[in-house]
Design a binder for this molecule. Structure first.
Ligand code: KIV
Length: 267
């Protein structure tokens, strides 16, 4: 882990050099290995695993133990890549001591290099400051933060009206001040994402927020086409669903071809 191809200092360096930061999610050993071998900058063990691994409708039910488990697998597959583990719902909202303990598990047991925290309320900032003073690197996440789905009344683009825009800008300024190394901007108007990107000295990583960010993140199963339906902003780089289905059909056909012909011998 001392041999990271991209480390915490590279977030700022990439922004200065106007070099895009690449991030994809992964949840298991082989996917992580493939991403590392292909040269990805950072891997996110996202709580999106609640949807794409577990088949749930949202990320609310994902547990800390589950993120620890998947982070370990990803770390084993990608020993030289900067790995970020998501802090699940209610593991960083209530108490500062618990927040540090929970994030500590992701770093110590999971082997992550940083944690990602969704922020939709200024109250959360004090927990983030505590993490940073405990020497745990933090990536922020604002905009359509999926853990706030019940507060938003559904998965809705955030920052569309002036009140939401001001709220997001207020949070993001305080976040930068707290010492986070980067911030994910999810599903907000591209004009707002561009404004934030220009305002901050730390890099922004966009998802569904247009091209004017300092990097992009997407969900593994969306990008490689495991899902039949993906969000509109996702560019599919492969159609794994069809490829795997055809391979399974071929496997079944091969097995049928191997069936020994029935010998009816009459003695
Ligand atoms: O959980 C996740 O995968 C995420 C990304 C979509 C940013 O938070």
């Amino acid at each position: 882990m001392n041999n990271l191809s991209f480390n915490i200092n590279d977030f700022a360096k990439f922004k200065q050099l106007k070099q895009q930061i690449s991030m994809l999610t992964a949840y298991d050993y082989y996917s992580a290995q493939i991403l590392e071998e292909a040269g990805i900058n950072t891997i996110l063990v996202g709580d999106s695993l609640g949807m794409v691994i577990q088949g749930n409708h949202d990320t609310i039910g994902v547990t800390l133990d589950e993120i620890v488990y998947h982070t370990k697998a990803v770390r084993n597959g990608a020993r030289n890549t900067f790995v970020i583990a998501d802090m699940p719902y209610l593991t960083y909202h209530t108490d500062t001591k618990d927040t540090i303990k929970n994030a500590g598990r992701l770093i110590i047991e999971g082997g992550a290099n940083a944690v990602k925290v969704e922020i939709n309320h200024l109250n959360t900032i004090k927990h983030i400051e505590a993490l940073i003073s405990a020497q745990i690197p933090v990536i922020g996440h604002i905009g359509l933060t999926p853990q706030s789905v019940n507060m938003f009344g559904g998965f809705k683009i955030q920052g569309k009206n002036e009140q939401q825009r001001k709220h997001i800008l207020e949070i993001v300024k305080q976040l930068e001040h707290s010492g986070i190394c980067s911030v994910v901007l999810e599903c907000m108007p591209h004009q707002l994402a561009e404004e934030i990107t220009q305002l901050l000295s730390i890099p922004t990583i966009g998802i569904g927020s247009g091209i004017f960010c300092d990097g992009q993140v997407l969900v593994f199963h969306d990008v490689f086409g495991f899902n039949q339906t993906t969000p509109k902003f996702v560019k599919k780089y492969m159609d794994a669903n069809t490829l795997i289905k055809n391979a399974v059909r071929q496997y079944i056909a091969d097995l049928q071809g191997m069936q020994p012909s029935i010998n009816v011998s009459v003695n």
